[in-house]
Write a protein that binds this ligand. Structure first.
Ligand code: ATP
Ligand code: MG
Length: 443
């Protein structure tokens, strides 16, 4: 029965988005398309609200003026029905945009057959698992619309910034033969008759590419088998990876903080309504960001009564202890112990056992790791031995170092972590379209 109501798009095309409708268009004939987000019946008049990607518009159906066909169609629809409306704009002070639409003809394009299990308009919604099970519908919520519009600006502005700064965008393999960092966090896959892995980072490739292109970046997926359930780890995340030739970690720390400051300025410029909806103030990105030596923070934590010693990793929970006093926005932690950073990170001094590395933090959340890389083969082999790696497995990489790998430095930024920090989101699953974690592989 219901199907008979549905019509094809035919020759109808949208003439305006909801945001384009205003009192200046009074009496114009327009076609809008979108989804029904509310229906209010007041007896002699009925209001529909139609949402599209940019906002919403009110449709006023005065029962004495509307055709029978139009009225009958509106009897059949419920929220989420996809609809096209041909009508006239009427300026109306009481309508949300100062104008509403008086429909002449309606096409029901696709009926909503069921009631939504959650409310689209409310900021607080049901549990995340219910929402993720119907993610495409969930993504219509203004909260997520705002977040993903901001995510889009972040991607765009990182690209724009890096291109302007002389970086070339690259795509490196995601199916790889050996671990990048020898970790256990790899997903094995079948590759014809062999075992292969999903890339946990473009690290070694982007380093090699500094030989050919000097300054490169990649925005792409990274895959990590993270068996623990946290609000900041995904099995598939997006990283913004940057590598620069003839540079060291100070240069790329400066680059990274300039990039973030640019990103924030672009969000401010492009996403005003989204920031207003989310009711957030973007974090302070005044340059330069604060920089703490690793050893200085260890001392701070010890003074705050934490049992921690030089050489330990700076755990999320521990950093939370000093967050309010000292580390309330973005800051760098630099000169980490060489033993807890990957083999490709350049040691700084054999006396202090530090390396030329940094993490960019937002409060207690790690946003990025970066470093000066080892560019000489002998040193790289030694670092690998020290970390107990199988040197033979890295032959394909090591042999490149016989041909003049330049001194280079770089970093990888977790895109989702960056959005969390900028938009004050607690759960990383909210800032990816279709999150993957140990419990979830669909939709
Ligand atoms: P963490 O200690 O928080 O697990 P990491 O030090 O293992 O992170 P790196 O290898 O330094 O991560 O990766 C670079 C960046 O990529 C991190 O700073 C983080 O922003 C992001 N990242 C790493 N792993 C994940 C993940 N599983 N989910 C989401 N983002 C991640
Ligand atoms: Mg790290």
């Amino acid at each position: 029965m219901a199907d008979l109501l549905e019509e094809d798009l035919g020759t109808w095309r949208r003439t305006h988005y909801s945001v384009d409708i205003n009192p200046n268009l009074n009496e114009s004939e327009i076609i809008i398309m979108g989804w029904v987000s509310s229906i209010r019946d007041h007896g002699n008049i009925k209001f529909l609200t139609i949402n599209d990607r940019f906002g919403h518009i009110q449709i006023a159906l005065k029962k004495k003026d509307c055709s029978k066909a139009v009225l009958e169609k509106t009897e059949q629809i419920r929220e989420h029905t996809s609809i096209a409306i041909k009508g006239k704009v009427k300026s109306e002070i009481k309508a949300p945009n100062g104008a509403e639409i008086l429909p002449v003809e309606i096409k029901i394009l696709s009926l909503a057959r069921k009631a939504s299990p959650f409310l689209i308009q409310s900021k607080k919604s049901v549990g995340i698992d219910t929402r993720l099970d119907l993610r495409a519908l969930d993504l219509r919520r203004p909260f997520l619309q705002s977040l993903f519009n901001i995510r889009n600006t972040i991607m765009d502005s990182c690209r724009e910034f890096l291109r302007k700064d002389g970086f070339m965008e690259v795509n490196t393999p995601k199916i790889i033969a050996t671990a990048t960092e020898g970790g256990a966090a790899l997903f094995p896959i079948f590759y014809y008759e062999r075992e292969a892995f999903l890339a946990q980072s473009p690290q070694l490739y982007k380093e090699q590419l500094t030989m050919a292109f000097e300054n490169v970046f990649e925005i792409g997926p990274i895959f990590r088998a993270e068996p623990s359930r946290t609000n900041r780890h995904l099995s598939e995340a997006t990283s913004i990876d940057v590598e620069k030739a003839f540079a060291d970690y100070n240069d790329v720390m400066n680059l990274l903080e300039r990039m973030l400051s640019y990103v924030v300025s672009k969000i401010q410029e492009n996403n005003k309504p989204h920031l207003e909806y989310l009711n957030i103030t973007l974090p302070d990105v005044a340059l330069p960001f604060r920089r703490y030596r690793y050893s200085e923070l260890i001392e701070m934590l010890q003074n705050a009564g934490e049992s921690i010693k030089w050489g330990d990793d700076l755990a999320f929970q521990k950093l939370q202890k000093i967050q309010d006093a000292k580390v309330d926005s973005f800051y760098f932690i630099f000169d980490w112990p060489a033993a807890i950073k990957p083999f490709y990170v350049k040691p700084r001094s054999t006396v202090t056992n530090e390396c030329e590395s940094f993490d960019l933090m937002y409060k207690s959340l790690e946003i990025s790791s970066g470093s000066t890389r080892v560019s000489r083969k002998e040193e790289l082999v030694e670092r690998m031995k020290k970390q107990g790696l199988n040197i033979g497995a890295f032959d394909y990489h090591l042999k490149v170092f016989d041909y003049g790998v330049p001194p280079h430095a770089g970093f990888g930024v977790g895109m989702e972590r960056l959005i969390m920090s900028l938009c004050g989101v607690e759960n990383i699953r909210d800032v990816v379209l279709y999150p993957r974690d140990i419990d979830r592989l669909s939709p």
